[in-house]
Design a protein around this ligand. Structure first.
Ligand code: NAP
Ligand code: MG
Length: 517
């Protein structure tokens, strides 16, 4: 059956309805939001600017992590759907309707896309909190960041250029930057909308076409916002979303012979696998945004009150499900006790619970898997002999909520110090000298981010120069700007997102050399 209440915007587009299909799942369902409103959620795969059922008609359940109840089912893509999406994306790319137009057309379309998302900002934020479990204020922030980023890349679309190279009077030599083709994108569940924007934005701005897989735990916001593509002026086939599982849809993207580049955000283990799959299929270009175990370093001269706020944002924001979370806290011995006490008080003041409740800072963990993993690490930490300063347990028996947790008396060899937990769990230890902290901070295979808290400019610059990380925050944390590149050293990734660097990842340089007679 089809919901007859499908919104005007949805029905104004040429949707393929389920009427003729054997499956019972409509392509749009009414979802009631905890704020009392309701909206129409597309459930199909988004291919060629239409929502369509998956070819095999399979569906999967989407869970609200705050209640553990089902929100809806959506269609589950498979390899044949990826092939279909790639066919359409390739046709669109080759036709030139997006890749070869005057780039100002892409600027205008992406700007309009951003505007349409902004016009629905409150609904988008609510969808994100419902599906991911994050606090509503954080979801609202994600929408702002996503919209800003789309506008920023829209502005870059018509500013991609090359160089004229002086190679002597016998030749005229120049370079130009060209789109790569069909790009595959695989995104995680911690920032579903924002990662959609970070991936789709620069790929589209530079004229590529996209086949994107959302995370199975959080597919809703990307489907919702993609419905605005056609109205924005994005041609059919430029943006395609295949919801589904990593081992099926993700694998099909990573190995597809006609996908020319893959961009991935997620765990280092899966990133490594994708790199291999890309190499063994068609040597597609790969960018990876992976895990971290980032050090957050506090020197004796730091402002304690401000630093504690930054530590809280560094580890409890987004329920700690942040790749660059400041999960290893190192405090210089002169202020260790004072800072730990202030931090404990602040951590115990963090409001955890219903993402939609006024004042909630930390919502639910996103999935059963994730809360199980975090609680397992809490158990490991206790067994390793670390002291629970606060937290260390689940809240209630419905919904995936965990108390903000601090482990003290840890050793560098402990698993809770070395491995990514991806939850609201931090370890704290003491250091005395700069040499000692640099050694400890860099003693990891990861290198995504680091925090430094000091009032000394010399210390800030000296330590940031010595840290092996793609981003160093000084007297701040988890502090993003769409023009500032983000990515990892070491096993935290390959390539950069945001800034002009992101655009470079989606173009390739062509050198042209003309012989002059
Ligand atoms: P993951 O496996 O890296 O998942 C990220 C994305 O990759 C999802 O869309 C996933 O699909 C997909 N995927 C999984 N296996 C794949 C494969 N063989 N080929 C292609 N794509 C594949 O992460 P996870 O299992 O959800 O979480 C495990 C841990 O990873 C977390 O506890 C956390 O430590 C880390 N993580 C890091 C980030 C980050 O931003 N750096 C984000 C998420 C998770 P499915 O959703 O269907 O699995
Ligand atoms: Mg969910």
């Amino acid at each position: 059956m089809i919901t007859s209440t499908i919104s005007k915007r949805l029905s104004s587009q040429s949707f393929v309805f389920t009427r003729q299909l054997s499956t019972k799942l409509p392509l749009s369902v009414t979802i009631n939001l905890p704020n009392g409103s309701s909206y129409q959620q597309p459930t199909g795969l988004f291919i060629g600017n239409k929502f369509v059922p998956s070819r095999q008609g399979k569906t999967f359940e989407v869970i609200n992590p705050s209640t553990e109840e089902e929100i809806t089912h959506i269609y589950e893509g498979r390899e044949d759907d990826v092939n279909h999406a790639v066919d359409i994306a390739e046709q669109t790319f080759k036709s030139g309707v997006w890749s070869k137009v005057d780039p100002i057309i892409r600027t205008n379309a992406i700007n309009k896309f951003a505007q349409l998302i902004e016009d629905h900002a409150e609904t988008v934020a609510a969808i994100e909190s419902l599906d991911n479990g994050k606090a509503l204020f954080a979801a609202r922030g994600d929408v702002v960041l996503a919209v800003n980023y789309l506008r920023s890349v829209a502005g870059w679309a018509d500013k991609v250029d090359g160089r004229v190279i002086d190679s002597g009077s016998s030749h005229f030599s120049y370079t130009k930057r060209e789109a790569i083709g069909v790009v595959g994108q695989i995104i995680p569940w911690n920032f579903p909308l924002l990662m959609w924007a970070w991936k789709v934005g620069p790929a589209l701005a530079t004229g590529n076409t996209v086949v994107l897989k959302t995370a199975e735990a959080t597919p809703l916001s990307a489907l919702y916002v993609s419905q605005f593509a056609e109205e924005a002026g994005i041609p059919a086939g430029a943006l395609n979303i295949v919801s589904g599982f990593g081992k099926i849809v993700g694998e099909a993207i990573a190995t597809h012979p006609r996908i020319k580049k893959v961009a991935f955000t997620g765990s280092t283990a899966t990133g490594r696998h994708i790199l291999k799959a890309a190499a063994e299929s068609n040597l597609k270009k790969v960018t990876l945004e992976l895990g971290g175990k980032s050090p957050n370093i506090v020197f004796n001269d730091a402002d304690i009150a401000k630093t504690v706020q930054n530590i809280i944002v560094g580890i409890y924001f987004n329920s700690g499900e942040v790749c660059c979370a400041g999960s290893r806290l190192y405090v210089q011995e002169g202020i260790y006790e004072e800072l730990l006490e202030a931090f404990k008080v602040a951590a115990e003041g963090v409001k955890v619970g219903d993402p939609f409740a006024e004042g909630t800072f930390q919502g639910a963990q996103t999935s059963q898997n994730q809360i199980d993993k975090i609680l397992q690490y809490v158990k490991i930490g206790k067994e390793e002999g670390a002291r629970v300063v606060t937290g260390g347990e689940r809240i209630g028996d419905k919904g995936f909520f965990i108390k903000p947790t601090i482990f003290a008396d840890v050793e560098e060899s402990f698993r809770i110090v070395k491995e990514e937990i991806f939850g609201p769990v931090i370890t704290i230890s003491k250091f005395s000298t700069v040499d000692e902290i640099i050694e400890k901070a860099n003693n990891t295979n990861y290198g995504l981010a680091a925090g430094i808290h000091t009032t000394s400019l010399n210390t800030a610059i000296d330590v940031s120069n010595k840290i092996e990380a793609g981003t160093v925050w000084i007297n701040t944390y988890n502090d993003f700007h769409h023009q500032v590149p983000f990515g990892g050293f070491k096993e935290s990734g390959i390539g950069r997102e945001l800034g002009t660097e992101a655009l470079d990842n989606y173009t390739q340089v062509k050198s042209v050399r003309i012989k002059l007679d």
